[in-house]
Design a protein around this ligand. Structure first.
Ligand code: FES
Ligand SMILES: [Fe+2]
Length: 438
């Protein structure tokens, strides 16, 4: 194959650094190769906590999980533990889950409804607005010297929702969530607004750990169709999904976000059928009526990653949101939800939940395939030699063009003319280089 390819200009300055290393050495200018140290260096991992997880918009959870005043759940932003709560006025807030006294976690459960968070250590007590409202033995212990107004929980300064998805950002200077999402907002809207009333998370949250660096699953869900026939070969043989074609897209929507899919629902197999597929067909017809025949490709949306560590999978049978929480350089805690349209009939919601559990979540056949192979990637980098060298992302290099050239308006972003490409991974690492060396 011949092609006309002009390598992309460097994104980072020649002397820019990531941790103790030269950025240009770690990540090729076009993202087509990255150094293995990205997945094993503690110094890089520490810097990710600061440059990425303390500065980017991070997915916290779905609004439907905290419907009433005082309802809350706990999660993390990077490694920082947070409480996300609907306060007594109905406003969404998030706080560092660490006592202003001497640091203990003030909330030690996954979720619930409360008016107060009482620290288990010395029992300082905070309300759902984060104010310190109770200090045991205040008079004898502190006299008049304790200014409680200065000792509230540390609040996440920016919290915004998009279609029911709650995101937080530790940086007061960060752009708005909408700006951060960029063109991804368009595709999220397609996925989240198929029915009036929006979406909800059902069946709680699945949590489990995998011994792998957080970027490996994030780049996989960014759109890695190449692994499907091999990693998920058994699922294909069983007829749970159809064999892969090369007919689909990988779209980069800016800021490291991307989506990828076979054309409209091609991934359904014949072994398991549910009525949900009929509903998706109807949604597809509605989108075609609105935007023309090419729009068929976007129901369902497929997989996607919102930089840095939120991914989704919208298939012809179910939808899942997930976050790859870093837990050290070689470990993640996965949080995964089943997402449905709120107005969907109860029996269809139940069908979606069954299909989600069969394929994804800790016992899902596809999820186990992925977890096993990701863990082997990390395992192979435990020794001195395995930590040297690079990973290769050159598939389909230079074949990206504006999405509208292929699908017409209004579909934004930049699109590869093939399904099997590593264009989305390159976009992820190019953005990573920019953020980490800023
Ligand atoms: S650490 Fe929370 S009350 Fe002392
Ligand atoms: Fe997979």
């Amino acid at each position: 194959m011949t092609r006309n390819y002009t390598p992309l200009p460097p994104l980072v300055a020649e002397d820019a650094r990531i941790g103790p290393f030269r950025a240009a050495e770690l990540i090729a200018a076009d993202g087509s190769s990255v150094d293995r140290r990205l997945f094993v260096s503690d110094a890089i991992y520490r810097q990710e906590q600061e440059s990425i997880f303390a500065k980017c918009w991070l997915y916290l959870g779905h609004e439907s999980a905290i419907p009433e005043h005082g309802s809350f759940f706990t999660t993390t932003m990077g490694e920082d533990p947070v409480i996300v709560v609907r306060d007594q006025t109905g406003r969404l807030r998030a706080f560092l889950n660490s006592c202003s006294h001497r640091g203990a976690k003030v909330c030690r459960v996954d979720s619930g409804v409360t008016t107060l968070f009482r620290c288990p250590y010395h029992a300082w007590t905070y309300n759902t607005e984060g104010q310190l409202v109770g200090v045991p033995r205040m008079g004898p212990a502190y006299g008049d010297a304790l200014d409680r107004s200065q000792l509230g929980l540390r609040e996440v300064p920016q919290l915004e929702s998009f279609g029911g998805m709650i995101f937080g950002n530790w940086s007061p200077q960060a752009p708005t969530l909408r700006e951060y999402l960029g063109d991804m907002a368009f595709y999220l809207e397609l996925m989240l607004s198929r029915m009036d009333g929006g979406t909800e998370a059902i069946g709680g949250v699945h949590k489990w750990t995998i011994n792998v660096n957080w970027k490996i699953p994030a780049e996989n869900f960014a759109g890695d169709h190449y692994h499907v026939p091999s990693t998920h070969g058994a699922g294909v043989q069983m007829g749970f999904r159809s064999p892969l074609t090369n007919n689909g897209y990988c779209i980069q929507t800016g800021n490291g976000h991307s989506i990828g899919s076979e054309r409209g629902g091609a991934q359904q197999g014949t072994a398991v059928k549910t009525e949900y597929e009929g509903y998706m067909k109807q949604s597809r017809a509605e989108l075609i009526a609105k935007h023309g025949e090419a729009a068929a490709a976007f129901v369902p949306i497929g997989v996607g990653t919102i930089f840095p560590n939120m991914s989704f999978l919208d298939s012809a049978r179910f939808r899942s949101f997930r976050v790859w929480h870093p837990r050290g350089v070689d470990k993640i805690e996965v949080h995964s939800w089943c997402i449905v349209d709120k107005a969907l009939p109860a029996e269809l919601k139940a069908a979606v939940r069954r299909q989600y559990s069969l394929a994804f979540g800790p016992s899902g056949i596809f999820e186990q395939d992925d977890g096993d192979v990701w863990q082997s990637v990390q395992d192979a980098m435990r020794g001195h030699i395995g930590q040297q060298g690079r990973f290769d992302y050159q598939m389909g290099v230079g074949r990206e063009a504006p999405t509208v050239e292929r699908y017409g308006p209004p579909f934004p972003g930049s699109c590869s003319d093939m399904l099997m490409t590593e264009a989305n991974q390159r976009a992820f690492y190019r953005h990573y280089a920019k953020v980490m060396s800023a």
